[in-house]
Design a protein around this ligand. Structure first.
Ligand SMILES: Cc1cc2nc3c(=O)[nH]c(=O)nc-3n(C[C@H](O)[C@H](O)[C@H](O)COP(=O)(O)OP(=O)(O)OC[C@H]3O[C@@H](n4cnc5c(N)ncnc54)[C@H](O)[C@@H]3O)c2cc1C
Length: 494
């Protein structure tokens, strides 16, 4: 670990006591621990009182499950349902709204799609986000300034550390960018990943070992890579397979535009998909049992038993053994995350640069915050909402999950405000509300060795797995691809 980062981290660990200077309202929101634990413990349930028969049942209405439904609809197929545990669909793409703005609860952007991301292009065309010539709709492209970094006591433009970086660091940035371009040209770092991925020795190293091996000691570059791994995978560079770490940088074509973002984040896409699938959605129904019956399946959820010829399981893979007898435990490890939406009655004072869409604090354990009102076209936005992201990447996911459950809301509020105070000393006087979403199993972690698992997909009693964790890491494009592929497989099956 580079010394600069160690110094910043220890400062982060000891300085967590700042208290809000005015009364701050809020609490935990969207908690689903209790439901999850009931499923895990196979709690006794009242028997189903009704039955529905469909050709295909999709379990889980996140982006993957909804994309499976979208594909079935596009094929003119109507005999399916999407069974979702929560009261609304969306999973990690859900969003909220208050009197100030809409805001995301997790996923908040989609980069401009690559040429090979054919399905994303088709969806974007259908939703009016792209025209037939491939031009993205300006209104939904992230406005400037897009990103800023708080480093050595002030804000700088962009996330690549510039203040304090010497010529040796800058040379390494350039060489790193060159290596990523070479690796991209090799053709194995694609989006969706399944189009290019093949067994690779890079998967036996972690990203930090790869940086060491390639001669990249710059602490600023190391920070930037670690930040990027935490941002996309919820795991630091020491816990991320070098293949996945490289994928983050090498899989995207050079972007002239982008990313696409909305106040409610990817909830914008979700809302439109869910509207198309409305007659097929069964929300508020947690699947707690699935079994093979003859040539089909029986799926128990809430008061209903669904009978189907094929099942697409788009809920996270680790849940499958808890609902289906005889399925071995999943080998996927998940990162816990915390997302908070902070309502600000006024903007904090700024040092130098104006707020960007994405605002990151160098050396923080968090990933900083995204401004929900950034895309607003109004010239004055007196109040705002910040979405604060924190992948609990240090220590074990199990210990961090326990901490998420055990610590109360006041603890997390104070930790969040103390973190932000480093860049915004008057934040405590600006915030009126902090709502916190704790996510125990937020996303799959692509640890070293993940690729061999992903390249040998599981076949569990004929159930078709579709969650983005089938790619080993979770982004919109992977969720969509896995959902669409699962729909194709289900259609072949029936
Ligand atoms: C904090 C955070 C920020 C992110 N930001 C971005 C971003 O900016 N851009 C991006 O591209 N990606 C982002 N992601 C990744 C995001 O996970 C994917 O984009 C995508 O939303 C994943 O969709 P999914 O369907 O694979 O999984 P999920 O969203 O996890 O969906 C699974 C669904 O299954 C349901 N379910 C679970 N158990 C049951 C059950 N027993 N019965 C019925 N239903 C059940 C869940 O409620 C959920 O709706 C982020 C993720 C997190 C955690």
């Amino acid at each position: 670990m580079p010394p600069t980062r160690r110094r910043f981290l220890s400062a982060a660990l000891v300085g967590l006591t700042a208290k809000a200077e005015r009364r701050v309202a809020g609490g935990f929101v969207l908690d689903s621990f209790a439901q999850g634990h009931q499923i895990r413990e196979r709690a006794a349930r009242a028997p189903a009182t009704r039955q529905e028969k469909h050709a295909i049942v999709i379990v889980g209405g996140g982006m993957a499950g909804l994309s499976a439904g979208w594909q079935l609809q596009r094929k003119g197929f109507r005999d399916f349902v999407v069974v979702e545990m929560e009261s609304s669909a969306g999973g990690n793409s859900r969003w909220g709204e208050n009197e100030v703005s809409r805001y995301p609860w997790a996923a908040h952007y989609v980069p401009a799609p690559n040429r090979e991301s054919k399905l994303v292009r088709e969806l974007f065309l259908e939703l009016g986000l792209m025209d037939a010539a491939g031009r993205l709709e300006e209104r939904h492209l992230c406005h400037s300034p897009q990103e800023r970094l708080f480093l050595h006591g002030r804000w700088q433009e962009g996330l690549e550390p510039a203040i304090g970086a010497g010529s040796a660091d800058r040379k390494q940035y350039e060489r790193f960018a060159g290596r990523m371009a070479e690796l991209r040209a090799g053709g194995q770092f694609t989006i969706p990943m399944a189009l290019g991925a093949r067994p690779s020795p890079l998967d036996s190293l972690n990203m930090e070992q790869w940086l060491e091996r390639e001669g990249f000691p710059s602490p600023y570059l190391r920070w930037y890579v670690d930040y990027s791994c935490r941002d996309d995978f919820g795991a630091g560079s020491r816990d991320t397979s070098a293949w996945a770490g490289i994928h983050y940088f090498a899989s995207r074509e050079h972007e002239e535009h982008g990313p696409l973002t909305w106040p409610e984040g990817n909830g914008w896409i979700l809302e439109r998909l869910a509207a198309k699938l409305q007659p097929h959605l069964r929300c508020g129904a947690a699947v707690h049992r699935m079994e093979k019956r003859g040539s089909g399946y029986a799926v128990q959820a809430g008061d209903c038993e669904y009978r189907a010829a094929a099942v697409i399981f788009a809920a996270p893979e680790f849940l499958l053994p808890y609902v289906m007898e005889g399925v071995p435990p999943s080998r996927v490890r998940y990162s816990p995350w915390l997302v908070a939406n902070l309502t600000l009655d006024r903007w904090p004072r700024e040092k130098g640069l104006e707020p960007a869409w994405d605002n990151v604090i160098y050396g923080s354990r968090s990933l900083g915050y995204v401004v929900a009102t950034h895309q607003s076209l109004r010239s004055q936005v007196p109040r705002t909402v910040w979405t604060y992201y924190w992948a609990l990447a240090e220590g074990s996911p199990e210990a961090n999950r326990r901490a998420l459950l055990e610590r109360d809301w006041g603890h997390w509020r104070d930790v969040i405000l103390a973190d932000l105070e480093r860049a915004h000393p008057d934040i405590g006087q600006c915030v009126s509300r902090v709502d916190i979403f704790r996510m125990g199993h937020a996303m799959a972690r692509p640890e070293p060795g993940f690729l061999s698992r992903v390249l040998a997909p599981r076949r569990e009693q004929g159930v078709i797995l579709a969650n983005s964790d089938q790619s080993g890491f979770s982004i919109f494009e992977e969720a969509q691809y896995r959902g669409v592929m699962a729909a194709e497989a289900a259609l072949r099956r029936i």
